[in-house]
Design a protein around this ligand. Structure first.
Ligand SMILES: Cc1cc2nc3c(=O)[nH]c(=O)nc-3n(C[C@H](O)[C@H](O)[C@H](O)COP(=O)(O)OP(=O)(O)OC[C@H]3O[C@@H](n4cnc5c(N)ncnc54)[C@H](O)[C@@H]3O)c2cc1C
Length: 324
């Protein structure tokens, strides 16, 4: 009874989202301490077709549980959550955890709703207190860290992106196919009429070694877009503050901070970012911080290893010119 912990392994365009491997790190510790198995659950139309860009043989889990069916070719919230609920009903796990990705955030509440259990969202840390799993997450305007536990089983949560680092395991996990009952209803209310290929690569902000981030001090969407050139030149990823995402200068999945992703790069560059606590909690573990701001008193300037006092746009243009 409750001998298993399940982590959702997100697949997007035949690639495993690294965020799914991040959440295995704390779950592995918990599963060892509680003497439970840890499975990475993958839903796909063809397991052999998955890109080997990420080596699943090194995934930090006991087994990879694969549900394979042609109906799973495209992500459909209703069908995927039905499949996950069915797996849970059959395996009766102790806990089921999702990375707080778009798929994870769409599926976790649906599955919790279908099973009638609680769900804890955006968890940043997991702890054991006398064998009781405690989930920790910011609350009350992100001013305090709340410690929560679940009264229902399976315990369910989404885990914040970038809160944990990927760890590899020497031993290969077992790969096991999971067959749903013959009478399983594979129908979905979602019809995918056409898939438009996007050139957009999966954003790897949470694992990037260099992060080039921008805030409102960059003044415009056009200026913000130049950060992508700098990120490319430095082999990094672009991050942003919340108001920049809300202004539509960039997608929300690039938001760094308590409401977004946590980053811990070797180098973080912040252009026109004030350094509000809600942002800095998501980047304070960066190894080296460079801040660019017109205001000497800005909190990010005080926190940085190198501060450049000046206009963000001009300094960005200058850097791009020098790098070229
Ligand atoms: C519940 C809650 C959750 C939140 N979650 C997040 C989150 O996850 N992530 C996040 O980022 N924010 C979050 N916020 C918002 C956060 O509090 C700040 O408002 C936000 O981080 C500020 O963004 P900013 O630095 O781009 O803008 P501002 O605070 O407006 O700062 C702009 C900076 O640019 C500087 N500047 C102006 N002109 C120039 C120039 N020409 N050149 C250089 N510098 C210039 C200014 O001096 C200033 O320091 C949250 C807020 C709340 C209430």
């Amino acid at each position: 009874m409750h001998n298993l912990i399940i982590a959702f392994g997100e697949v997007y365009q035949n690639k495993i989202n690294p965020a799914s491997l991040e959440i295995l790190t704390p779950l592995w510790e918990i599963s060892r301490a509680l003497q439970k198995g840890l499975s990475l659950l993958i839903l796909t139309d063809n397991f052999s077709k998955l890109d080997e860009d990420i080596d699943l043989k090194k995934a930090l889990c006991d087994e990879i549980l694969v549900v394979e069916n042609r109906e799973l070719a495209e992500f459909k919230d209703d069908l995927y959550s039905k499949v996950i609920s069915s797996v849970i009903t059959h395996l009766n796990p102790y806990g089921v955890f999702f990375p707080a990705t778009l798929q994870g955030m769409a599926l976790a509440p649906r599955v919790a709703g279908e099973l009638g259990v609680g769900l804890c969202a955006h968890v940043n840390a997991l702890e054991l207190e006398d064998d009781k799993l405690i989930m920790i997450r910011p609350t009350y305007g992100d001013n305090i860290m709340a410690k929560l536990f679940s009264k229902s089983f399976p315990i369910m949560a989404t885990l914040s992106l970038g809160a944990f680092s990927i760890r590899e395991k020497g031993e290969k996990p077992i790969i096991k196919k999971f067959d749903l009952p013959e009478d399983f209803d594979w129908s979905s209310k979602i019809r995918v009429k056409k898939l438009k290929a996007t050139k957009k690569e999966m954003n790897r902000l949470s694992v990037a070694k260099v992060v080039v981030a921008g805030g409102l001090g960059l003044k415009s969407r056009e200026n913000f877009q130049k950060l992508f050139d700098l990120a490319e030149a430095l082999g990094g990823e672009v991050g942003a503050t919340r108001p920049v995402c809300h202004a539509g200068w960039v997608e929300e999945d690039r938001m760094i901070g308590v409401s977004g992703v946590s980053v811990k790069p070797k180098l973080y560059l912040g252009f026109g970012i004030s350094g509000a606590i809600q942002h800095t909690v998501g980047m304070e573990n960066s190894e080296f911080i460079i801040a660019i701001n017109t205001d000497e008193g800005a909190p990010l300037i005080k926190m940085a290893h190198i501060s450049l006092i000046g206009d963000a746009e001009k300094i960005l243009d200058y850097l791009l010119k020098r790098l070229k």
